[in-house]
Write a protein that binds this ligand. Structure first.
Ligand SMILES: Nc1nc2c(ncn2[C@@H]2O[C@H](COP(=O)(O)OP(=O)(O)O)[C@@H](O)[C@H]2O)c(=O)[nH]1
Ligand SMILES: [Mg+2]
Length: 297
């Protein structure tokens, strides 16, 4: 069957009867990227300190479906900043149930042992479509407010109760979340079902009520688009990626300028400057927004 179709296509091509395939790339990128800026970005992070003295570090909370690349994003940030491949957050390639099950803070080493960058990451166990799986909205809200203590094992069946020892009754500014990052894979945005979108929206609204800023990281752009896989610098020329960003923006009500596509490190053993630039740019946005937020506190 395929053979026949292929043959028919070739005959049509030969006779000039078939429309040429529409181009997959825009002529010009629709968002500018300073591909040579890696050093400047790294310098920025090296000298960064929160301006608000009451906060010693910014806390970034990542949430999103299991396998969307939350742990890989943390690993990629760590690798890009350290300038070598690291794997602190443990990515899991057997998708299905989530691998990250307890509330753990990931720090990034800065030079000497026991010195760390003043921003930390928490990723919450997947956000599943059935309500009985993944971290509940309630627990994510508690985490945002700083009520969830380090090491707490999330229970999909019930939210953390106030009388539990893992409930932090008096969270400090450091315990609170300063920015919410939703992580979604570019190759499945259209598959996100209504129930799932609804849960994400509720979490976003809860963050908004707390005035916590939000961004979206769109991962796996290499898997989603063959042009990007060939040349990552074509990212903002890819019609497919633009379509996904628009669609996601619509479905979730996030402005497109808050969506940052990245490719995480996942199978490579060497760093790549272009991959780093996208990761660092997303991180820069995250840090700047979180910083604005803590300055207002
Ligand atoms: N091709 C590709 N694979 C990725 C990317 N990000 C994550 N992965 C892979 O997707 C799988 C799930 O990633 P993981 O970080 O464990 O997801 P998490 O459950 O959200 O923490 C792993 O096999 C990763 O190697 C990406 O940007 N591109
Ligand atoms: Mg994970």
């Amino acid at each position: 069957m395929n053979f026949l179709k292929d043959f028919a296509n070739r005959v049509q091509d030969f006779l000039g009867l078939r429309d040429p395939e529409p181009p997959k790339l825009f002529e010009e990128p629709w968002r500018q990227t300073e591909w040579q800026n890696k050093r400047t970005e790294l310098e920025y992070f090296r000298s960064y300190k929160p301006k608000n003295d009451a906060v010693s570090r910014l806390r970034v909370l990542l949430y999103g479906p299991v396998g969307s690349g939350k742990s890989s994003f943390i690993n990629s940030v760590d690798s890009a900043i350290q300038g070598r491949m690291t794997s602190p957050a443990l990515a899991d390639n057997a998708s299905g149930d989530s691998f990250t099950v307890n509330y753990k803070t990931h720090k990034i080493k800065k030079g000497k042992p026991s010195k760390f960058y003043p921003f930390v990451f928490n990723d919450v166990m997947g956000l599943e479509d059935q309500t009985n799986r993944g971290v509940s909205e309630e627990d994510i809200k508690l985490a945002m407010q700083g009520h969830v203590k380090e090491g707490y094992w999330f229970n999909p069946a019930s939210a953390l109760l106030k009388d539990k020892p893992e409930y932090n009754k008096e969270p400090s500014l450091d315990d609170k979340v300063h920015i919410l990052v939703c992580v979604v894979p570019a190759n499945t945005v259209s598959l996100l079902n209504d129930q799932f979108i609804d849960k994400m929206r509720k979490i976003r609204l809860a963050a908004r009520d707390l005035d916590i800023p939000q961004v979206v990281i769109l991962t796996k752009i290499d898997e989603a688009c063959s042009e990007v896989r060939k040349n990552i610098k074509d990212l903002y020329k890819s019609k497919y990626i633009k379509e996904k960003m628009d669609l996601f923006s619509q479905r979730l009500g996030v402005p497109v300028n808050c969506i940052f596509p990245v490719k995480n490190y996942h199978e490579e053993i060497d760093l790549n400057d272009d991959v780093d630039v996208l990761i660092l740019r997303a991180l820069r946005q995250i840090i700047d927004l979180a910083n604005d937020y803590v300055n207002k506190l």
